[in-house]
Design a protein around this ligand. Sequence first.
Ligand code: PMP
Length: 459
Amino acid sequence: MTNHKQIWEADKRHWMHPWTHFESFQQEGSLILSRARGSRLWDSNANSYFDAVGGLWCTNIGLGREEMAETIAEQVRQLAYANPFVDMANEPAVALAEKLAQLAPGDINRVFFTCGGSTAVDTAFRLIHFYQNCRGMPHKKHIIARRGGYHGSTYAAMSITGKSGDRIAEFDYISDTIHHLSCPNYYRAPEGMDEQQFCDSLVEEFQQKIDQLGADKIAAFFAEPILGSGGVIVPPADYNRRMWELCKANDILYVADEVVTAFGRVGHWFACEEMFGVQPDIITCAKGLTSGYLPLGATLFSDRIYEVISSGDSDRYFASGFTYSGHPVACAAALKNIEIIERENLLQRVVKVGAYFEERLQTLRELPLVGDVRGKRFMMCVENVRDKNTREVFPDSLNIGKWISDRAEEAGLIVRPIVHLNVMSPPLTMDYQEVDFVVERLGQAILQTHSDLVAEGHL
Ligand code: PMP
């Protein structure tokens, strides 16, 4: 199938894409990508784009690296698959588990490999049940998460997710034991509250939830250190640490969902401790773990949890896991990816270039439509509004984010639309000139969209 039109038609006929509207997909089809080098993508019509989304927050070292291709090919030749169950191991998986334990904060030294982020969250959810049952606390099962949080697409992960736009009515969710607190988005805080008061109110809300359910009933709190697809929300200063303090005081496990934030996205291996001073009990990660070269996720957890679940009943075993847990080729790719991040000092680069990216993006606030520009380093977002003073948004049906990203795409830039937002998470290799390119093209796309909206009578 080499003909572009044939591929485009076959895609519409046979591939049901994740998260895709049936009707618009049938009308518009997909942008079919065929090649990538670093941050640059080419489609099947040979048009080229700068990928400011980094795939889906994941192509941290950039695509098309020869070294990665060689590592993957060599591992396929050596041992393309290995059974991970019971008493079998493989060298890349062992080496990666050891490396992750070194990089992870505190006493997080245990690694359970999964197929991606959702299965890492799902495994955390099951591990929490297992832990509470093993320690004789079978009633301590309630989960607290936040509205606006995204944790994945399995039944449990989507039930923990609190994004209203994703929790559509046609699906079912676990609702008796999973609860959602307010989203820590200061841009949408109640009128008249300063950031400190807003933070106090969020912590107070958690305390009230603990009082209402009883600490002896609450198993865990799930939180992304910076909320990703919920709108790149950096919580108020001290919020993450104070929520963790409440967890510690009430014997509630703290799960840091670092599927997006780990492996350099915000300049650290893991953001929870280095950026926010939180030492979680469990970390879920994926994406930047292999920079998207192969699917892999991991649930990392503390020695303390391991000791509880592994001692006591000698017949007990962790009856959970996947055919592809600890896949040798994916683990070899992850090890090489981590080596490249270290060798090229990409974390330091994100700190430096990220400061410039934040500063340059903030200039877009002067443009019409731009209500907020927020995020940290290589994890940024622009929120588009109808009225900058009242922060009123356009109706969802107008799909303003998509409107802008379509204009940007025509100008060679990929940014991710999420309803009225445009989200960016570029490869960690982005340089200063590329920052200028992204900001300039996104600015033009916003101005063009504004003119379109005026011309079509929406403003
Ligand atoms: N958690 C977070 C914070 C995520 O952003 C995502 C994916 N965007 C997931 C979990 C799910 O990961 P995956 O799509 O690899 O299953």
